[in-house]
Design a protein around this ligand. Structure first.
Ligand code: FRU
Length: 485
């Protein structure tokens, strides 16, 4: 958890800086969820129940930098419009021992078969989270704990016999629990971050957990492993065929000081995850997609939400009264390419509801929240949010999709922010089609049937859409986007 200390240092250095909230409110996206105020990081406990998608999230109820970790809560019926509810799970201090516990990342399940005895109402929500404990005189400990809600997440009780899983380690966290129907049991995946190890456990009642297997020291082990998830995906165009994907957060594809997400494609037999994969594969090639996990309990599709930020500068982004946002929910798929199985990502079909108006041309755009469909040939590019010398450029150069934010506006708030991201498209294309979603301070790019995505934050100092075509680029479609109510 080394990187958490960098943010802590940043709190001390930057936490007291004053920013004008009204000026800074301009960076608040229209169609990406942000908490009304204060800090957020990872999405937690993503689950669907009775027509509501629940987004819990790492949240600091007391400030705009990391600390006092609790679970914030928002709900949506369409995955686009979110309503923020009161904090669901708050950090707490044990009156007897004086130990203080933060609620770190975790999962939520619908206890459809009443396997957890403490909650006897049907369809109880059970949250399984990492209890991050500051023990008086004994240092840090991370173990896994439960809380449950019998009113659709509106109020919660902590399980009286917490923790439910403790291997007596300082770093042991981020449980994801899902129902494994073939064996009629719950599976938990979580990480020993500093050992680059995923552990898998099973349980019938959500309270007694038995170790099944471990998976580790594979793929990218440059930085850390956090926030694992394991899910089955059908293979595109191969009816009846599916594979399992283990995704987790840690190193960035550029192999530098940033963090990012990687995944493994393989098999899961209810006990062990295995893969023949020899090279690391990455989820997103921008700098701002981290801690992504998928929703539980959504029939027939797998939907991931990521935190749009990067620990390298997360505590310093110049957004004022709130800090941190979440990606557009993405539907995941799997495609067999000449290089092997690859993840595909597309905005969920509900995304169409965020399109306010189809416009005739980029000249009709009035705000910095819009969507473009763009065709690029080698050397072609599109400038976004351009005014004077300020711009963010998305283009195709030497077969690579790139996003250059070095002149995107405010970049000096942290020394590494002014970056250029790129990914080689394979095989080298003559032409690519991009779906670009721009929303005030975030740009999400999807291309090549969803095989490549690139997500980056930018902080322009003006409010013009500033879309400009450069070289071999054609804008095929333009929409203004936003919320209707
Ligand atoms: C990932 C992470 C998790 C942890 C949480 C704490 O961003 O470090 O591993 O549970 O954030 O806020």
């Amino acid at each position: 958890m080394k990187h958490l200390f960098i943010p802590l240092l940043a709190i001390i250095i930057f936490g007291c800086s004053t920013q004008n909230p009204t000026t800074m409110e301009r960076y608040r996206p229209q169609v990406h969820f942000t908490p009304h105020h204060n800090w957020t990081n990872d999405p937690n406990g993503l689950v669907y129940l009775d027509g509501e998608y629940h987004l819990f999230f790492q949240y600091n109820p007391y400030g705009t930098t990391w600390g006092h970790m609790s679970w914030g809560h928002a709900i949506s019926t369409d995955l686009i419009t979110w309503k923020e509810l009161p904090v669901a799970l708050e950090e707490y201090t044990d009156a007897q021992t004086g130990d203080s516990t933060m609620i770190f990342s975790g999962t939520a399940v619908v206890d459809f078969n009443n396997s957890f005895v403490d909650c006897d109402t049907p369809d109880c929500l059970v949250a399984i989270y990492t209890s991050h404990v500051h023990r008086n005189n004994e240092g840090l400990r991370q173990h896994q704990s439960l809380a449950y809600s019998s009113n659709k997440g509106r109020s919660w009780n902590r399980y009286s016999k917490n923790p439910v899983l403790d291997i007596e380690r300082k770093d042991f966290r981020d449980p994801k629990v899902f129902w494994y129907a073939p064996h009629q049991k719950w599976i938990m995946v979580l990480v020993v971050p500093d050992l680059f190890k995923v552990q898998l456990y099973e349980s019938k009642n959500l309270t007694a957990w038995t170790l099944l297997s471990e998976f580790g020291n594979a793929g990218d082990t440059l930085r850390i492993w956090e926030c694992p998830d394991l899910y089955e995906l059908p293979v595109h165009d191969q009816p009846g065929k599916s594979k399992w994907v283990l995704s987790l957060s840690g190193s960035h594809p550029a192999g530098d000081t940033f963090v990012g997400m990687q995944y493994f494609v393989g098999e899961f037999d209810g006990t062990t995850f295995t893969t023949a994969q020899t090279q690391p594969l990455y989820v997103d090639f921008g700098k701002d997609f981290y801690a992504g996990i998928v929703f539980n309990n959504v029939p027939n599709r797998t939907i991931m939400l990521g935190w749009v930020n990067n620990w390298t500068y997360a505590n310093q982004i110049p957004t004022g009264s709130w800090r941190g946002m979440f990606s557009i929910p993405r539907e995941l798929g799997l495609k067999e390419t000449t290089h092997g199985f690859r993840l595909t990502q597309h905005p969920v079909k509900e995304w169409g509801g965020a399109r306010i108006q189809k416009l005739n041309s980029i000249a009709d755009l009035a705000t910095q929240s819009f969507e473009l469909e763009v065709e690029l040939e080698e050397g072609g590019a599109i400038n976004l949010f351009k005014s004077g010398t300020e711009k963010t450029t998305v283009g195709l150069r030497e077969g690579k999709l790139f996003l250059d934010r070095t002149q995107s506006g405010l970049v000096d708030f942290q020394k590494d922010f002014a970056s250029v991201e790129s990914v080689a498209i394979e095989p080298a294309p003559e032409k690519i089609t991009l779906q670009i979603i721009a929303d005030q301070s975030v740009i999400e790019v999807f291309t090549t049937d969803g095989l490549y995505t690139l997500t980056d934050q930018v902080f322009p100092t003006h409010s013009k859409p500033g879309v400009e075509v450069v070289g071999n680029a054609v804008v095929k479609n333009v929409w203004s986007v936003g919320l209707r109510n």
